[in-house]
Design a protein around this ligand. Structure first.
Ligand code: V47
Ligand code: SF4
Length: 374
């Protein structure tokens, strides 16, 4: 079947706006050079977004690093009694929100560990405390893996869990926890935690309740090309059903301080290739994010010409990648983000979490309707 596929048949499909198959995806992975991939992906990105490059003003909160799971790729987690174990108090959460307010952040990104002793109510309270401290900030919180843990703790359906969170102030779900959907790979890198079907069911339930969410893929460890393409196809299938995903974020594996530190970090070549193939395969996703924190500012900037249209944000207080050896700064100023974007030939557009344009005056901001969707 792959025999009849050539770069010309793929180019014709891309030009005609036709969907690429799993086999086309494998062909892109195995046979096509980076610059050809990049120019095709850039064509698609430009048709959707022109030269706009989106970013947001955001802050991270990882309320605890204590985690019952032991994902082999994770340098962030801690055991209950480790010296590095921590749990945020309500006061610390309020302080983080007030810091976000003073910086004019529009979003707080909340993910963390699954603490052995914390009940579901504690996680609901994290959201409630943020919302009560500053109702205007958009709370993007809890990966599919965390929602699955809450279902395990409460024995309640995903819809019930999500509704409790929405009532407390939740605005959307981040894309983490997807890793690689293939069960054999999953069993090697993160056995026991939520499986692929649960992750997809949770995002489906969130979309049906009117929440938007993101999706990720952790690459550059033990997975192979066909696992990555399978992952993208599964996301694309769910998106056909719900249209609830906003952004896809390929996450480059950072090996330092993990149980897989024998593996090298993905190269710039692999990073750009993964961005470009994601843009080409995910024809029903509006945005592809080059998460500068993990790609590094340089590769993220170049990724804007290889299919990406979003750099994430100012990202203050990132821990997950810095624990795993990321050498990027722990935050970027808006001035720096603007100059990276402009140098790449794009026009910076500040967006909120739901991709509405942000009109800003210092730390004061408001959002403009309608939602920016190409
Ligand atoms: O699920 C953990 C990944 C994810 C490592 O939705 C690692 O906008 C690489 O959810 N090397 C959490 N990856 C982060 C996340 C996220 C990040 C950026 C944007 C958004 C969004 C969501 O981080 C985890 C896991 O896949 N991760 N450790 C590591 N050593
Ligand atoms: Fe726990 Fe998340 Fe780290 Fe896995 S990736 S060990 S679930 S904190």
């Amino acid at each position: 079947m792959t025999n009849s596929i050539t770069i010309d048949t793929i180019r014709q499909k891309v030009n005609a706006g036709e969907r690429l198959t799993f086999e086309d995806g494998l062909f892109l992975e195995q046979e096509v050079d980076l610059l050809t991939l990049g120019s095709l992906a850039h064509q698609v990105r430009t048709a959707r977004h022109g030269n706009a490059a989106y970013y947001n003003t955001n802050i991270h909160l990882n309320p605890t690093n204590v985690c019952v799971y032991r994902c082999k790729f994770c340098a962030f987690r801690s055991d209950l009694k480790d010296d590095k174990a921590y749990v945020f108090s309500d006061e610390m959460i309020r302080d983080r929100v007030l810091e976000a307010k003073s910086q004019g952040a529009t979003e707080i990104h909340v993910v963390g560990g699954l603490h052995h002793l914390k009940k579901f109510d504690w996680y609901v309270d994290v959201v409630r405390v943020i919302h009560e401290t500053w109702p205007e900030i958009h709370i993007k919180a809890w990966t599919g893996v965390e929602i699955s843990w809450f279902a395990h703790l409460t024995k309640k359906p995903y819809e019930w869990i999500l509704q409790q969170m929405i009532d407390a102030g939740l605005g959307s779900l981040p894309g983490g926890g997807a890793e690689i959907f293939d069960e054999q790979v999953r069993s090697q890198i993160c056995e026991h935690k939520a499986d692929a079907q649960s992750w997809l069911d949770i995002h489906r339930a969130a979309h049906q309740l009117g929440l938007r969410s993101n999706a990720t893929m952790l690459y550059g460890h033990v997975e192979e090309a066909h696992h990555r393409i399978d992952h993208l196809c599964k996301l694309r299938d769910l998106q056909d059903e719900t249209h609830g995903f906003q952004t896809f974020i390929p996450l480059a594996f950072h090996p330092e301080n993990t149980k897989m530190d024998n593996i090298s970090k993905p190269t710039g070549h692999q990073d750009l290739k993964t961005i470009a193939i994601s843009r080409l395969m995910l024809d029903n996703f509006d945005h592809i994010k080059a998460y500068w924190i993990m790609l590094g500012e340089q590769t993220a900037q170049v990724a804007l010409g290889f299919g990406a249209d979003d750099l994430d944000g100012t990202v203050v207080h990132e821990l997950i990648y810095h624990d795993a050896g990321a050498k990027t700064p722990e935050g970027l100023s808006v001035t720096k983000l603007h100059s990276l974007i402009r140098e790449a030939g794009c026009e910076p557009v500040e967006r909120d979490t739901l991709y509405r344009r942000v009109i800003r005056n210092g730390a004061e901001w408001k959002v403009e309707e309608p939602i920016l969707i190409a």
